[in-house]
Design a protein around this ligand. Structure first.
Ligand SMILES: Cc1ncc(COP(=O)(O)O)c(C=O)c1O
Length: 391
């Protein structure tokens, strides 16, 4: 491994939402707290990205970004090499980020009060976007099968009211880290075809898949769904460049794509120029860094799970992808307010509250473990101490 993920990076007083807003959000000062909420990493990004930005800085070149051919080449090469997915550059629409891209899909393909399907618990912004757009959220609760989430499409079918127009599917899933199997992906695609739904497959985490699991891009799992499919992807999670604010909606169907472009035009949506430079450099020069990251994080995950699972009543879901550990506190017998109070006030660790992820999330907290090992070990130690009376 050539990357040193153990390096202590000072993120306080750098306008880091995760660290510098922790006191306001949790009442934990950044001098004593461990920030494990917002999904970015306490690691340096690949050197290729800094080199690309250095060129921009050296030339004081902060102007409009044009000629996107090398950016598209970088994406197409990456998707082909890493995912076996052949993308035509004309299918790619660059937006302000994946959340922005999902909001655009909702606006392009649905009307006010239409139903939008989410599999909960799921990344909280999906619901925030639907509410802000006055869409009716249909929550299909995932089944927690002995610590592994599964879809229940029969139960979902029974919930339908006939006004559902779109489904947002998180693949791999956040939280819980499921990498969906080919059968599951095909079942989701068949469901969307049967019920005439647009399928938005959010694959922002698809490069963060651990050894032993295999992600399949929805377009490959079920080519028959491509005429109703929007795939969201980005470099921002995998290479830790969320501030770049860039993501891609890949839409192979021309009619669907034109509708999406019309909605982009109506809002004058365009990605950040810095984002293009950074994303291209990530895909072209970040592969070795990513391999190192996967190796380092597999050990962070092992240490976190081992420590958490040794605490009576706590259970960490086995992540197949992502760095967002999802811990079930149900067997402590404590209420969400009580176990959260212990983690936040006693252990001084700041996780995300499970209830913000929708139905099925109440008894959980989500911990971002993409930080140097020393802090993962320290967080586990503090949480164990905060629950010591249960042992
Ligand atoms: C599943 C998922 N989609 C989208 C986002 C946000 O993406 P962006 O910052 O590009 O809007 C996140 C961030 O954590 C996420 O986990």
């Amino acid at each position: 491994m050539t990357t040193n993920f153990d390096e202590a990076i000072e993120r306080r007083n750098t306008h880091s939402e995760k660290w510098d807003d922790m006191e306001r959000e949790y009442g934990i000062s950044s001098d004593e707290g461990i920030a494990m909420w917002i999904a970015d990493m306490d690691f340096r990004s690949p050197q290729s990205i800094s080199d690309a930005m250095q060129k921009v800085v050296d030339g004081s070149l902060y102007t409009y970004y044009g000629d996107k051919s090398s950016y598209f080449d970088a994406i197409c090469n990456w998707m082909d090499r890493r995912h076996g997915w052949k993308v035509d550059p004309s299918w790619i629409l660059s937006v302000n980020g994946v959340n922005n891209g999902i909001a655009l899909a909702v606006q392009a393909y649905t009307q006010e009060n239409d139903g939008v399907i989410l599999f909960t618990p799921v990344y909280h912004s999906f619901a925030t976007i639907m509410r802000a757009n006055n869409r009716r959220i249909v929550e299909s609760e995932l089944v927690n099968n002995n610590g592994r989430y599964q879809l229940d499409l029969d139960a979902l079918e029974a919930q339908l009211q006939g006004d559902e127009k779109l489904m947002v599917f998180c693949s791999p899933h956040n939280p819980g880290g499921r990498v969906w199997s080919l059968d599951e992906l095909q079942a989701v695609a068949a469901f969307c075809i049967k019920h005439d739904l647009i399928l938005v497959s959010d694959e922002i985490h698809h490069d963060l898949v651990y050894a032993g699991s295999k992600h399949t891009v929805m377009a490959l799992a079920a080519p028959e769904v491509c005429d109703r499919l929007v795939i969201m992807s980005a470099t921002t999670k995998a290479f830790n460049i969320a501030g770049a604010h860039i993501g891609n909606a890949t839409i192979s169907n021309e009619v669907l794509r034109k509708k999406y472009i019309a909605t982009m035009n109506a809002g004058k949506v365009s990605a950040s120029g810095f984002g293009y430079h950074m994303a291209e450099a990530a895909y072209n020069g970040g592969e070795e860094w990513l391999e190192d990251w996967l190796e380092y994080m597999a050990e962070n995950k092992r240490i976190f799970d081992e420590g958490i699972n040794a605490i009576p009543g706590l259970r960490s879901m086995k992540l197949e992808a992502t760095y967002l550990a999802w811990v079930d506190f149900a067997d402590t017998g404590l209420s969400p307010a009580e176990f959260t109070e212990r983690v936040v006030k006693i252990a001084k660790v700041a996780p995300n509250s499970g209830d913000t992820f929708g139905k099925g999330g109440d008894n959980f907290l989500r911990f971002n473990i993409a930080t140097r090992r020393e802090l993962v070990v320290e967080a586990v130690k503090r949480i164990a101490a905060a629950f010591a009376d249960l042992q």
